[in-house]
Design a protein around this ligand. Structure first.
Ligand code: NAP
Ligand code: GCO
Length: 267
């Protein structure tokens, strides 16, 4: 078979990216749109959906926005029903919506722990569960779970997030194992440290104008010697959403400027 750029084309596909009003989700959705997909996103309230619709319009993308929470199974099912009626069956799901709570583990309430696990792990389960039956009926589909460095590594204050993102890596492998025979590919993207609102507190300037110690730490831990940008995730997302990756399944593609390969600079 001849191979060409058409292997990366998403023309005629419907891609649903969760929580894609800004940040990584917005950039991934924009990249999928650039490759030809029709974009659907959901957000928590009308204001967020409107903010997303305005941002896509400004980028020249016709997107469809819906209000529902990824942790609410009935809401997800109802939202998906509307998406099917108004846009079509979902061919590509990107589980992007996520939260983090940076709290030392012994100070973290079980309620906070559960909320992080609910959004970052149970949400992807609920959304994947909702689209898989149609993907089977339609002869296949793509699920991309947005994992993390914390799918592999731990650090102070992020116990719930690391547990959720480690779990998401295993949910990725399990979906691939359970539904691979139906031509469903489920893979993860593991972004390194990316400049988004989620990581803004780790990059805040100090009162004396110097860089945040965590900011310096990340630059020294990253062979690329910089934070990632959301557009660093565009190519990997299009690859995993397209037929170019049809025999890639259960894999997490780390897009981290080399962090996981690196022991770190000698002090
Ligand atoms: P972000 O800037 O905080 O954006 C996350 C988005 O998810 C927001 O739009 C948020 O909506 C939405 N969301 C949160 N809970 C939701 C729910 N229950 N239902 C629907 N939407 C919900 O985060 P980001 O940095 O772009 O991260 C996106 C994903 O990449 C997350 O899964 C994150 O863990 C992961 N990630 C980020 C980095 C990084 O360095 N930034 C690295 C690795 C992985 P609201 O605005 O209403 O809260
Ligand atoms: C943190 C960060 C991370 C990143 C990301 C790394 O506090 O360590 O927020 O967890 O957001 O997930 O890949």
């Amino acid at each position: 078979m001849e191979f060409g750029t058409e292997n990366f084309s998403l023309k005629g596909k419907v891609a649903w990216v969760t929580g894609a009003v800004y940040g990584i989700g917005f950039e991934i959705a924009s990249a999928l749109a650039g490759a030809g997909a029709r974009i659907v996103f959901n957000a928590l309230n009308d204001n967020d959906v409107q903010q997303g619709l305005d941002a896509y319009r400004e980028a020249g993308i016709e997107a469809h926005g819906y209000v529902f929470d990824v942790t609410d199974e009935a809401g997800v099912q109802e939202g998906l029903k509307k998406i099917k009626e108004e846009v079509g069956s979902v061919d590509i799901l990107v589980n992007n919506a996520g939260i983090i709570k940076r709290i030392p583990m012994v100070e973290m309430s079980a309620e906070d722990w559960r909320q992080v696990i609910d959004v970052d792990l149970t949400g992807p389960f609920i959304c994947a569960k909702a689209v898989i039956p149609d993907m089977i009926e339609n002869g296949g589909g793509k699920i991309i779970n947005i994992c993390s460095m914390m799918s592999e590594l731990g650090r102070e204050t992020v116990s719930a997030y690391a547990a959720a993102k480690g779990g998401l890596k295993m949910l990725t492998r399990n979906i691939a194992s359970e539904y691979g025979e139906f031509n469903i590919q489920c893979n993860g993207i593991g972004p390194g440290y990316i400049e988004t609102p989620q990581t803004a507190p780790l990059r805040e300037r100090q009162p004396d104008g110097s860089r945040h110690p965590f900011d310096q730490f990340i630059i020294s831990k990253t062979p690329a010697a910089r934070w990632g940008r959301t557009d660093d995730l565009a190519g990997p997302a299009v690859f995993l959403a397209s037929s170019a990756s049809n025999f890639v399944n259960g894999h997490v593609l780390y897009v981290d400027g080399g962090i996981l390969a690196y022991i770190g600079k000698q002090p």
